[in-house]
Design a protein around this ligand. Structure first.
Ligand SMILES: [Zn+2]
Length: 164
């Protein structure tokens, strides 16, 4: 028997002003992205902004549906939009933020497992790290340098990948 331990490292900034201007901007873009959130059921608005290598920014938000499982998280809306039209332009960073009027959010919102798996696929697909900024408005920002460290047991089977 072997015991394995996996360590996850990330940086916590007390507030957005401690970030570099480009990262502050990306967090602000994630806030702007919440404007298009369709969240009449949870009243939980989520915004995501992708910074692409070219400098282009992609905005997305959570899109709920009255048939609940038909909705989609902001992260996957953003990343599938990227995959459908911008996959030749690697995603350098993704900022995610959230807001609800129902209770205060005191720490960053983290992504669901399905979104982490999709983020991991993007990282594999573009063969470069996808940096993640989890931004709590008026609160801390968590910065994770790559998705692999957030999802060490992601599903990925090399034998399923078609040669390109
Ligand atoms: Zn999700």
């Amino acid at each position: 028997m072997k015991q394995h331990d996996i360590k996850v490292s990330f940086k916590e900034y007390d507030n957005i002003t401690e970030l570099k201007p480009a990262d502050q901007n990306l967090c602000a873009e994630a806030v702007n992205a919440m404007a298009t959130s369709h969240s009449p059921y949870s009243k939980f608005r989520v915004g995501a902004a992708l910074q692409l290598q070219s400098g282009k920014i992609i905005h997305a938000s959570n899109q709920e549906n009255v048939a609940y499982p038909s909705g989609l998280c902001a992260e996957r809306v953003a990343l599938f939009h990227w995959g459908a039209g911008h996959a030749d332009d690697p995603v350098v960073s993704m900022a995610v933020t959230a807001h609800t009027d129902d209770f205060p959010l005191l720490k960053p919102v983290t992504s669901c497992g399905a979104c982490l798996q999709v983020m991991a696929e993007v990282e594999k697909r573009q063969n470069s790290p996808l940096r993640v900024l989890l931004y709590c408005i008026d609160g801390p920002v968590w910065v994770i340098n790559d998705v692999k460290s957030m999802m060490p047991f992601m599903f990925f089977e090399e034998r399923l990948v078609q040669p390109v």
